[in-house]
Ligand binder design. Sequence first.
Ligand code: APR
Length: 320
Amino acid sequence: MARKKIALIGAGHIGGTLAHLIGLKELGDVVLFDIASGVPQGKALDLSQSSPIEGFDARIEGASDYSAIAGADVVIVTAGVPRQPGMSRDDLLTINLGVVSKVGAGIKAYAPDAFVICITNPLDVMVWALQKASGMPTNKVVGMAGVLDSARFRFFLAEELNVSVEDVSAFVLGGHGDDMVPSVRYSTVAGIPLPDLVAMGWTTQAKIDAIVDRTRKGGGEIVGLLKTGSAYYAPASAAIAMAESYLKDKRRVLPCAAYLDGQYGVSDLYVGVPVVIGANGVERVVEISLDAAERQMFDKSVASVKTLIGASKALDPAFA
Ligand code: APR
């Protein structure tokens, strides 16, 4: 059986880490694409030279032309610029909308059958724009946010409860970061809901509240420490979990920014919800009933995604 092909659009911090993980896990061959001259080629060569030591077989190549992604099974998009000092939200939106438009056209031309995972921020808007620009089916274009947010939540809970991260399962909905809607009642340790663990005296509600707050601000905490750049190890791992579920038809239930067409009362928007990812992409949106507090947070999150999409339409008539 031929190896799968995974195209990485953007060979920066996350792109390079994605390529490394794909090699280590032998998920397939990799094409690293970037507009920065020499960067994807240099990273591809460096990663390839790690393969004899690590013992993986994968062809990793750098590219500066979209034709190199032809026939990719999965495309993961990190291309874009981060917000710089002095740059307004609209400036960032304008630049990254332009990037995502070009990327969407490239994928449409060379890899129209791929499963596409968007990581570029502001995520919920960029994945929406990428789907529009590529014209691909909505079940084949998703955004990575919830797997990362829930991993942060799981890690903090495991630390607090002094149990393995593997046994902590966390449930999140809504947009990325500050807009995330954690569902404490659906988060568990080995099937035991968090409220029960509070009642059992394993932790306190105040500590859970502090963990929820820290999780929401998880990206900012890392930016504050790094000072130049944002998180990349965990974001890359999160996208790989999504890609792996698609490539191996695992049908994992993962929180992703998925296209909603009436679910949760939302239409023509990408919002973070749990979905089943299998060989057909997003195979099912898991629609739970929200309690009043969750609904309020979810609605707020949807409203902020709508505001950014309105701004995007105003900035670029191609999206109107
Ligand atoms: N086409 C291809 N690549 C591009 C384009 C473009 N039009 N514009 C920029 N790039 C490349 C840059 O050259 C850079 O190598 O995208 C890469 C982005 O890499 P980093 O700046 O290192 O950013 P990274 O940490 O990888 O994060 C990427 O993910 O989490 C989000 O907010 C983050 O939007 C950012 C993205």
